[in-house]
Design a protein around this ligand. Structure first.
Ligand code: MN3
Length: 201
């Protein structure tokens, strides 16, 4: 089983003006595709791993043969992170549902959640991701370097933001905080709510 690029559920210009169409197209067809190609390449001589989902590979990273562990971590992580990220994005979805109630409970107010999440995203040095995760029963904000995914440390991603420069540089150049601010306008809270309810089970 080869890993393949998932289709987007929307057109490349669907997130304009918050994320431009060109960035979306390159990000999906070039960057995401490259992670998949390199993951498939790494798994080429490891038939036992070819039946595993990318999530299973990342959950069990320590059991991956050492000679391909870094490749699976980076390229498998890149594939999984982006596969999670695309459906998290949609314009004009109101912030409501069980996950919003849980966010308010954990972070006092929705604004203070936004502030903490934006802070984690802004302070991630170099390339990486900011996440809202479920850790046991509680929501938590973390960030990860490179393409590391929270499942490797036993946490369930609920919301994620790609803060690699390739995610925003064409439109925002070095202004990562402006990209982070725009992100809050395009969160598909219906989808995030489904991820949260699923994670609770
Ligand atoms: Mn990316």
């Amino acid at each position: 089983m080869k890993h393949i690029l998932p289709d987007l559920e929307y057109t490349y210009d669907a997130l304009e003006p918050f994320i431009d169409a060109k960035t979306m197209e390159i990000h999906h067809t070039k960057h995401h595709q490259a992670y998949i190609d390199k993951l498939n390449q790494a798994l080429e001589n490891h038939d036992g791993l070819k039946t595993k989902t990318v999530k299973e590979l990342l959950e069990n990273l320590k059991n991956i043969p050492e000679e391909i562990r870094e490749a699976v971590r980076n390229h498998g992580g890149g594939h999984y992170n982006h596969s999670l990220f695309w459906p998290m994005l949609k314009k004009n979805v109101p912030a409501q549902g069980k996950v919003i109630e849980a966010i308010k409970k954990e972070f006092n107010t929705f604004d203070s959640f936004k502030e903490k999440f934006a802070d984690a995203a802004a302070k991630r040095f170099g390339s990486g991701w900011a996440w809202l995760v479920l850790n046991e029963e509680r929501l938590e904000i973390i960030s990860t370097p490179n393409q590391d995914n929270p499942v490797t440390v036993g946490k369930t991603p609920i919301l994620g933001l790609d803060v690699w420069e390739h995610a925003y540089y064409l439109k925002y150049q070095n202004k990562r905080p402006e990209y982070i601010k725009a992100f809050f306008e395009i969160i598909n809270w219906e989808h995030i709510n489904r991820l949260y309810e699923h994670a609770l089970k």
